[in-house]
Design a protein around this ligand. Structure first.
Ligand SMILES: [Zn+2]
Length: 441
């Protein structure tokens, strides 16, 4: 089948606009004109005669999902070393493999693999933080995904940069190169407070404010991180970031599993966002991000999968399902987080955390047409009392049928027209053979 591009009308069975209201009345239609959302038509209102009309019975149409944190190329390390503690997982398995194998070709192949997986499960916008960000940014732009690509800044020389100063310089070059890209947004990606000097963090705060770009950082991922930092610096990483001027609306703090009520209020006061990665946190037993308390304090909480090496998948529907179950079980309260809350975290709140809420995150007139259609007609989704519940609780990622990004179809009836999936998977298998065999061929 083929789908119309740039200007069209969608009339699904359920239209989730996720604006002030979650769900439009039955029979509503979405009008896309010149890649932007032009209107939501009320039931019975005639669609514009000049636009192709796509009827989608049995489908829910909603904003594309926003995966607000990941390391895309790590998809090539999926399943390499499971069932370890964070420290030994990193130090004995992931870092040595990265040290040996990461280069532009690894990043190109891993990013494309991740993009295919995300597109098929309804993610239209992703945030990446990995080496060779110029390569991942180019791959994501080529396949038509919206992205935030954060240049990784760490103290140690690595395959991409010769330490923090070089990385900052390369980040600024990257920003220039992608300044006019309609889909790719460059950000600063200081890995974490514990791998950077205080003066570097302060410099990143100043530069990010000057050029108006976001900063994404791993923060308070584990109790060990916070305890060791406190012992060394006499304050927590979060308190230190506050002193250094990094806490603000453009800060995206990833994980935040260890945080006091005072620190939650500090995040809220400064308008900083949190990216919750429940599966990675559960998988590495890192701790639990207090999502209900953060949301209650007014902190924007987005959702991320983290890299596939610690998840092990990039299906954001699965992630939001996990976020719901984890919040309910950890609080022993089934109302701690509701289906609509998790759907908002995966769409409009994700967009807000990335500073893209003026463009995407809900189906409202004026926003770009990042739209997905999910088939709710399979036995596992029957009967549909409430489409929000079905989307949140029934493992729906594999039922995403169509995806438009910026009004252009990128997934058509479950197929990826712009990607050679056979070639992608063959490349992934070749990488696994090399990595497992330790060969340099
Ligand atoms: Zn991460």
């Amino acid at each position: 089948m083929s789908l119309p591009s740039e200007s069209f009308v969608l009339r699904p069975e359920w239209l989730l606009v996720l604006g002030r209201d979650a769900l439009a009345p039955a029979g509503s239609a979405l009008v896309v004109r010149d890649r932007s959302i032009a209107a939501v038509l009320a039931p019975g209102e005639a669609p514009p005669a000049d636009l192709p009309l796509v009827e989608l019975p049995g489908h829910a149409v909603l904003p594309g999902l926003v995966n607000a944190h990941g390391h895309l190329a790590m998809s090539l390390l999926r399943g390499l070393a499971d069932d370890h503690l964070l420290e030994s997982w990193l130090q004995e398995h992931i870092w040595p493999a990265e040290g040996r194998w990461v280069g532009p070709e690894f990043v190109a192949d891993g990013t494309a693999l991740a993009a295919a997986e995300m597109l098929r499960s309804g993610t239209t916008c992703c945030a990446d933080m990995y080496f060779f960000p110029e390569v991942s940014a180019a791959v994501l732009s080529r396949v038509g995904m919206r992205s935030q690509v954060a240049a990784p800044i760490i103290r140690f020389p690595n395959a991409w940069s010769n330490g923090a100063d070089a990385a900052i310089h390369q980040a600024l070059e990257l920003l220039d190169r992608f300044r006019d890209d309609p889909l790719c947004n460059i950000a600063f990606g200081p890995h974490s407070a514990y791998v950077l000097e205080a003066d570097t963090l302060a410099r990143i705060a100043t530069l990010a404010a000057e050029v108006g770009r976001p900063v994404q950082i791993h923060l308070h991922e584990t109790a060990t991180e916070v305890r060791d930092y406190l012992a060394l610096h006499g304050r927590t990483p979060l308190a230190h970031l506050g002193e250094l001027g990094l806490l603000g609306p453009s800060l995206q703090a990833v994980h935040v599993t260890q945080v006091s009520q005072g620190e939650i209020e500090q995040l809220a006061r400064h308008g900083a966002s949190v990216v919750h990665c429940p599966q990675s946190n559960m998988r590495l037993a890192s701790g639990i991000c207090p999502v209900p308390a953060l949301r209650a304090a007014g902190v924007t909480v987005a959702l991320g999968t983290d890299g596939a090496a610690s998840n092990n998948g990039l299906d954001l529907f699965r992630e939001l399902n996990t976020a719901l179950l984890l919040a309910k079980s950890s609080r022993q309260d089934p109302t701690a987080l509701r289906a609509i809350d998790a759907l908002r975290m995966a769409t409009c709140d994700g967009a807000r955390a990335l500073g893209l809420d003026g463009q995407i995150g809900s189906l409202e007139a004026g926003k770009r047409a990042d739209v997905i259609a999910v088939d709710l007609s399979a036995p596992a989704q029957q009967p549909v009392y409430d489409p929000l519940s079905q989307l949140a609780y029934t493992g729906i990622g594999q039922c995403v049928r169509h995806v438009w990004i910026d009004g252009v179809p990128r997934l058509v009836d479950g197929e990826l027209p712009g990607m050679d999936v056979e070639d992608l998977t063959a490349r992934a298998r070749r990488w696994a053979a090399r990595i497992r065999g330790g060969s340099t061929a």
